[in-house]
Design a protein around this ligand. Structure first.
Ligand code: MRU
Length: 337
């Protein structure tokens, strides 16, 4: 495997490791990524997370197994198991389908490694392009709200929504960021705050329920969020709580942009209704880190994602261009394919 030195992934020779995001921000622990079955667990536990990153990490894991000598039957099983590890982010299925196609065309370890490296490199390049296109939308002194983590920890590159913030900051646009904590697993508080701190971007952390007050006070000028699956009609799934922010943005006349690489677009999915939404364990809502604060046995609803209709989107930023909301709703995405 070629040398990879990313924020969330690193590889060289026979070594491939993923940063354990469940341990951030306090400790940086790297996990072995070379065994596909262990990678299924890393993805399910959210040690590796974020739509583009899980596709890239799963691909590199299959490539490592092929390099180690796993046979075709075993590789096929690994691809199928990884494909099912999480259901909502289409990038995972997309990456696994690319590797399966290589096997079906008679490819061996060298071809699988090449394809996995291409999946990685394409995501890095997509993030760079998205960052530039998105930063063109941002005016000096903006106060941008983001939800969950759509940064370098969620991609192979500089991130999608956070990639735009990264580039806007690098352009000297004096942006400030409102970081939604993102209950229940706190990707905003733990991960986005960590990334923005490393980049030197000024940010303020708020709990999800505080967003309304910020909008009402005129303190949010733009919303940038990631996406896990974008349907053909522009509806998209992202971390639970994104829809609430989209409604607030519309109510207050604030521009709202999903930002994602093309690998997140699923033209086979007609609309948001057809996006599978992952349901997660009750204990994530009952408490955290082994401490329960809700009554034992309390009934819990814990969807990991929600769906925002295209009608609430000002524009979608992808590496293929910026698509206006009206055009999205009119089926414009298919024309970019
Ligand atoms: O459950 P997670 O942490 O994997 O959810 C991640 C998100 O919802 C991100 O916003 C999305 O994957 C976009 S990442 C560029």
């Amino acid at each position: 495997m070629k040398r990879i030195d990313g924020v969330a992934l690193r590889a060289e020779g026979k070594r491939f490791e993923v940063l354990d995001q469940t341990r951030l921000p306090d400790v940086e622990v790297w996990l072995d990524g070379t065994a596909p079955e262990a990678m299924v667990g890393h993805i399910r536990r959210l040690s590796v997370r974020g739509a583009p990153l899980i596709g890239v990490a799963a691909a590199l894991s299959v490539a490592s197994a092929a390099e180690r000598g796993d046979g075709e039957a075993s590789l096929r099983t690994s691809i199928a198991r990884l494909r099912e590890a999480r259901p909502t982010a289409v990038n995972l299925a997309w990456a696994m389908d690319r590797l399966r196609a290589v096997l079906e065309a008679g490819g061996g370890a060298a071809e699988l490694v090449r394809e996995a490296e291409a999946i990685h490199d394409e995501d890095v390049a997509a993030c760079d392009r998205i960052g530039e296109l998105g930063a063109d939308l941002v005016q000096r002194g903006e106060q941008i709200l983001t939800h969950c983590n759509a940064g370098a920890l969620a991609t192979a590159g500089i991130g999608s929504a956070l990639g735009v913030i990264h580039r806007a900051h690098a352009r000297g646009l004096d942006v400030q960021v409102w970081v939604d904590e993102t209950r229940p697993l706190l990707q905003g508080a733990r991960l986005t705050a960590w990334e923005l701190g490393r980049l030197g971007v000024p940010y303020t952390l708020v709990t999800d329920g505080m967003a309304g007050t910020l909008f009402r006070a005129g303190k949010v000028t733009r919303v940038l969020v990631g996406a896990d699956r974008i349907a053909r009609n522009g509806d998209f799934a992202n971390k639970i709580g994104t829809y609430t922010v989209a409604v607030l943005a519309r109510a207050h006349g604030v521009p709202f942009h999903p930002v994602a690489p093309w690998s997140t677009v699923d033209l086979n999915c007609p609309s948001g209704e057809a996006i599978p939404v992952e349901q997660r364990a009750a204990d994530e809502v009952l408490g955290a880190k082994g401490v329960r604060w809700a009554p034992a046995g309390a009934r819990v609803f814990n969807p990991a994602f929600d769906v925002t209709p295209a009608s609430l989107v000002t524009s979608l930023v992808t590496e293929r261009g910026v698509v206006e909301g009206a055009w999205l709703s009119a089926g414009g995405l298919a024309r970019l394919a």
